[in-house]
Design a protein around this ligand. Structure first.
Ligand code: PMP
Length: 437
């Protein structure tokens, strides 16, 4: 298990201007000790537009990390929809209103049958928490299987299935972890081997007298280190959990909404239809809207026996904003752009890797890329942290992920174009050249 946020600001390490030092001190005083800031020298932001973020001096930072502002920071179409709906009606799901239904029809049309219901939440954590409740109700089991460095959110239940939070956050006897597929050892039996891990975890749960309720997987293994291959990997694992009476939950909070390029949803790359799919981050381009998409059969008894109401989840403003986000994805061809720009970006990084030993394996799908930072082929988390901080000094925002925190996680807004990719590579080239790597 790793230190949870390797690139977090450490007091006294970076050089801070007086105004930013004062903000850091105020945050600590007001927000307490649990928050973390990115970078040795934290970035103070006042405005965003497209792929750019700006500090108070007007300096522009290239955002290569933000999958929340997925259609671009402060997109005018989304902002207008938000303002229009907020100025008209901002009520909740206990009154009749068309907007949530119009949006649900459009959203569900992007899912294969039988994923035909959507329940709204405000955060990805709530969506996963609800998924666990429904899985337990449906299966009568409690056991949950997750990958070794997974992150699924902040509630009591989902923090318990988020080993990437580190040893300071307790796990539970109903959780079993399995290794994600090793991207350096992919072969025709990778999917079968991953399913074997699921079966091993099921056997462990069963031996402990715990019935399995679910396998939950981030379909691009974001916090495990960005593993997009091989396609089809998740299908045998889903079969394995279903054979044991459990459900397969796809966490699409990171890869969803077109980011992987070839598909709207990450699970579609794996030839599998999940029982439930959690959505979040990019869904509202910054407005807190998230959801759980699910098969009617899975939720039928849960719904009959108990009510579901989420005060802000699916409110009229959330629905209007989410619809505007879909408009932009469609009209600006952002899934297509993720595919095209992502492929070109990966190629540019490959040619950079030919000149810099520090760059190891490059992998991903669409505009979700992972780059191993290595020394003599071995993961080098200290170097990765150096690169992340030096890129920040060069006004390119990025972070690192994976259990050894040595994987550059490249996940820009989907309006990223080839010039932005070139600029990123140029700055990475300079940073590595200065480091002599
Ligand atoms: N699942 C995954 C894969 C995530 O990356 C996150 C957020 N980082 C969540 C769930 C939780 O979402 P939220 O922060 O909106 O609660």
């Amino acid at each position: 298990m790793t230190e949870p946020m390797p690139n977090a600001y450490v007091p006294g390490k970076g050089a801070l201007a007086p105004a930013e030092a004062a903000l850091v001190e105020r945050r600590l005083r007001l927000l307490g000790p649990a928050y973390r800031l990115f970078y040795e020298t934290p970035v103070h932001l006042v405005r965003g537009e497209g792929v750019w973020l700006y500090d108070p001096e007007g300096n522009a930072y290239l955002d290569t990390y933000n999958n929340v502002a997925s259609v671009g920071h402060s997109h005018p179409h989304v902002v207008a929809a938000m303002a229009r709906q907020a100025g008209t009606l901002a009520s909740h799901t206990r009154y009749l209103h068309e907007t949530i239904l119009d949006y649900s029809e459009r959203l569900l049309a992007t899912f294969p049958a039988p994923l035909e219901h959507v329940m709204f939440t405000c955060t990805g954590s709530e969506a996963n928490d609800l998924a666990l409740r429904i899985a337990r109700h449906r299966t009568g089991g409690t056991g949950v299987i997750v990958t070794e460095n997974a992150y699924h959110g902040v509630t009591l239940a989902v923090s318990t299935i988020s080993p990437s939070l580190g040893p300071g956050v307790p796990s539970a006897d109903w959780v079993r972890v399995i290794p994600p597929p090793d991207p350096r050892r992919l072969g025709p039996d990778t999917g079968a081997a991953f399913a074997d891990e699921v079966r091993r975890a099921i056997a462990e749960l069963t031996a402990a007298g715990i019935r399995p309720a679910a396998l939950i997987v981030d379909t691009i293994f974001s916090s495990d280190g960005v593993f997009a291959a091989p396609e089809g990997l998740l299908a045998p694992a889903a079969e394995a959990i279903r054979a044991a009476g459990g459900l397969f939950i796809a966490d699409e909070v990171q890869p969803g909404f077109g980011r992987t390029g070839t598909a709207m949803w990450g699970f579609q790359r794996h030839g599998v239809v999940p029982d439930m799919v959690s959505l979040g981050k990019p869904m509202g381009n910054g407005y807190p809207v998230a959801a759980l998409v699910l098969c009617p059969e899975v939720v039928a008894d849960f719904g009959a026996r108990g009510r579901y109401f989420n005060t802000f989840g699916g409110n009229a403003v959330a629905a209007a904003v989410a619809a505007a986000v879909l408009d932009v994805i469609e009209t600006e061809g952002l899934q297509e752009n993720a595919l095209r720009t992502g492929a070109r970006f990966a190629e540019a990084l490959q040619s950079l890797a030919a000149r810099h030993d520090a760059l190891g394996q490059i992998r991903g799908a669409g505009l979700f890329l992972g780059v191993d930072i290595v020394t003599e082929g071995a993961p080098d988390s200290a170097l990765a942290a150096r690169v992340v901080n030096d890129l920040r000094a060069a006004r390119v925002l990025i972070s690192a992920t994976g259990p050894a925190a040595h994987v550059l996680k490249i996940r820009p807004p989907l309006v990223f174009d080839r010039d932005h990719a070139d600029l990123f590579c140029e700055r990475l080239d300079t940073v590595l050249t200065v480091l002599g790597r």
